[in-house]
Design a protein around this ligand. Structure first.
Ligand SMILES: C[S@@+](CC[C@H](N)C(=O)[O-])C[C@H]1O[C@@H](n2cnc3c(N)ncnc32)[C@H](O)[C@@H]1O
Length: 247
C-alpha cells in the first residue's frame, strides 16, 4: 500500500488513537531494549518515523529509515526538523533498495504484509538479507500468521473487522478495517502463514526464528485503555518476529 497524503493523515490520527499499536511497541522495546545501545539500525517501511524515532531514543547509534511513500517521509523529515535526532531517511521500496549498508539490527513495522504475492515477498526478504552481516538481528512487527485469529468475533472486541478476499496455503488476502473516533482506516493485506514466512526467512539465511507475543505496556493498570487487551497473548493478529542472519 503506497499511502497518499489523505491516507497518511488518516493513518497518523488512527495510530495515535489506537492503543493496540502501543502493544506492538512494548513488545519491540522489550526485545531490543538491552541490545540496541550503540548499534546501527535500518528501519524499513518507517512511515512517518514513529518506530525510527523510538529506536533512536532507545539507544541506537545511527539509524536509517526507508519508505516508498513520499508523504510519509515528508512527515518524518518535518519531525526531524522540529526535534532533531540525527536520523537519515531514504525514499525507496524495499524491493528496489538493494544493499545500502551492513546493519547490526534491522526492524520493520507492518512491512511484509504489503507484499503483492509470494515472489514479491521473497524479493523483500532477499533485500533485507542483503543489508545484513553475520549476526544481524531482524525484528519485524508482523501479522502473526496464525490464520484462525482472523475472524470478526475476535477482532470485533478491538474495533477491527476483517473481510477475507481469498486464501491459499501460504496466505490470506484480506481487508482489515479499524474503527476509531474520526472514522475508519482500511488496509489491504496479505497475511502469510507463520511456518511459511519462517521458511522464506530460512531460505535467505536467517536462523533462530522466534515470535514474541504483544505486551501490555509497563505500568498498565486495571480499568485503563489497555484492559480490553488482557487476553492479547492468545488473540493478537500481530506479533514480533525475531531472527538472526547467519549467512
Ligand atoms: C502500516 S505503515 C507502518 C509505518 C511505521 N513502520 C509504523 O510502525 O508506524 C506501513 C509502512 O510501510 C510502507 N511500505 C509499504 N510497502 C513498502 C515497501 N514495499 N517498501 C518500503 N516501504 C513500504 C508504507 O508506505 C507505510 O509507511
Amino acid at each position: 500500500m503506497k499511502y497518499n497524503e489523505k491516507q497518511v493523515d488518516c493513518f497518523t490520527r488512527f495510530k495515535n488513537e489506537c492503543s493496540y499499536y502501543k502493544l506492538m511497541d512494548a513488545a519491540l522495546q522489550n526485545a531490543v531494549g538491552n541490545i540496541i545501545k550503540n548499534k546501527t539500525v535500518l528501519d524499513i517501511g518507517c512511515g512517518e518515523g514513529h518506530l525510527t524515532r523510538l529506536l533512536k531514543q532507545w539507544g541506537a547509534a545511527e539509524i536509517t529509515g526507508v519508505d516508498l511513500s513520499k508523504p510519509m517521509l515528508d512527515l518524518a523529515k518535518e519531525r526531524e526538523k522540529t526535534e532533531r535526532l540525527g536520523i537519515t531517511y531514504l525514499e525507496t521500496s524495499v524491493q528496489d533498495m538493494g544493499k545500502i549498508g551492513e546493519f547490526d539490527i534491522i526492524t520493520s513495522g507492518l512491512l511484509l504484509t504489503n507484499a503483492a504475492d509470494v515472489p514479491d515477498l521473497k524479493v523483500m526478504v532477499k533485500n533485507i538479507a542483503a543489508n545484513c552481516k553475520h549476526g544481524t538481528r531482524y525484528f519485524g512487527q508482523e501479522h502473526c500468521g496464525i490464520l484462525n485469529r482472523y475472524n470478526n468475533t475476535l477482532l470485533g472486541k478491538y474495533n477491527f473487522e476483517v473481510e477475507i478476499l481469498s486464501s491459499c496455503k501460504e496466505y490470506l488476502d484480506l481487508i482489515l478495517t479499524g474503527h476509531f473516533s474520526q472514522g475508519e482506516m482500511s488496509f489491504r493485506n496479505l497475511v502469510f502463514e507463520r511456518e511459511f514466512l519462517n521458511s522464506v526467512f530460512k531460505d535467505f539465511g536467517f536462523e533462530k526464528i522466534h515470535w514474541h507475543p504483544l505486551q501490555l505496556p509497563e505500568g498498565h493498570k486495571e480499568g485503563d485503555e489497555f484492559t480490553v487487551y488482557e487476553n492479547i497473548r492468545n488473540e493478537a493478529i500481530n506479533e514480533l518476529m525475531d531472527c538472526t542472519y547467519s549467512g
